[in-house]
Design a protein around this ligand. Structure first.
Ligand code: COA
Length: 256
């Protein structure tokens, strides 16, 4: 197993730290598998009351590793990325995220499945799926319009531009901002506070908060996943991946 996800358990808090800072914590199939396994195990581990997710270095995550998209694309529902999305969306224990920097693609969409999300004031977010000739995943096409309204969601998804932590807070996808230096300490304190509460009351309350939407989330993830896998093989997406490797802008002029 790589050290690209650091997993530690302390004071009833399971900490999952994305740890590939030289690649801005871009997520590989191997990393998704480690995260999925840790989340699945946490559900049945009474020692774990809360999960805390953060990143190493100056990024939270730059999203799916684009080399992996080319060389090791997800094939279907049992692929590591979908296993991770199922695990994080169904996790019964509260998840706190400390977004310490760039959060791109799944770096942002995974936050829609966390319960409390804190970010450094300088964190930047982006949903670049259309720019990559892909479609949203992680039920973002359902959860974003629900949380912020259609027009704001359409702005983030269709334009795919980077947006600030202040805007992410204003649009309702993060709870609060902290300075870079104090982010982890604050997120830790909040995780500690949660960890001291009655675990069954927490579990049931989270279940109730998510209950009305859970079937829609599952169905949307399936529909998005099928389209996503198809799009990855499309000539438009291949042009984007090649352009990224060749450090140039994609050229869509030849597509109708
Ligand atoms: N997949 C693979 N490699 C990635 C990556 C990703 N998603 N994000 C960053 N990297 C790599 C870069 O290729 C570079 O590798 P190198 O040093 O071997 O050349 C390294 O991480 C550092 O990134 P760099 O681009 O030099 O840093 P930057 O600060 O100028 O820009 C980003 C950072 C994240 C804005 C930029 O790398 C980027 O746009 N990455 C792609 C993000 C993306 O589209 N993700 C997919 C979402 S579905």
């Amino acid at each position: 197993m790589s050290e690209h996800v650091l997993i530690s358990q302390e004071n009833r808090i399971l900490k999952l730290q994305l740890n590939r800072p030289e690649k801005k914590n871009a997520l590989t199939a191997d990393m998704y598998s480690q995260l999925a396994e840790a989340l699945e195990l946490a559900s049945n581990n009474p020692e774990t009351r809360v999960i805390l997710i953060t990143g190493s270095g100056d990024s939270f995550s730059s999203g799916n590793d684009l080399n992996d998209f080319l060389q090791n694309p997800p094939q279907g529902g049992s692929s590591p990325v979908f296993r991770f999305l199922n695990a994080i969306s169904r996790c019964e224990k509260p998840i706190v995220a400390a977004v310490n920097g760039l959060a791109i693609g799944i770096g942002t969409t995974m936050l829609l499945h966390c319960d409390l999300v804190y970010a450094s004031e300088s964190a930047l977010f982006q949903l670049p799926f259309v720019n990559l000739a892909l479609v949203p995943e992680a039920a973002a096409s359902l959860l974003l319009p629900q949380r912020m309204g259609y027009h704001k969601a359409a702005e983030l998804i269709l334009l795919g531009s980077k947006f600030s932590a202040a805007k992410a807070k204003d649009y309702g996808i993060i709870n609060d901002l902290f300075t870079q230096e104090s982010l982890l300490e604050n997120a830790n304190q909040i995780a500690q506070e949660l960890s001291q509460k009655a675990p069954e009351a927490l579990r049931l309350s989270k279940m109730l908060l998510k209950r009305a939407n859970s079937q829609h989330v599952t169905e949307t993830m399936q529909t998005e996943g099928q389209l996503f896998v198809e799009r990855l093989k499309s000539p438009e997406a291949l042009e984007v991946m090649q352009a990224f490797m060749q450090k140039r802008q994609p050229d869509f002029s030849k597509f109708s």
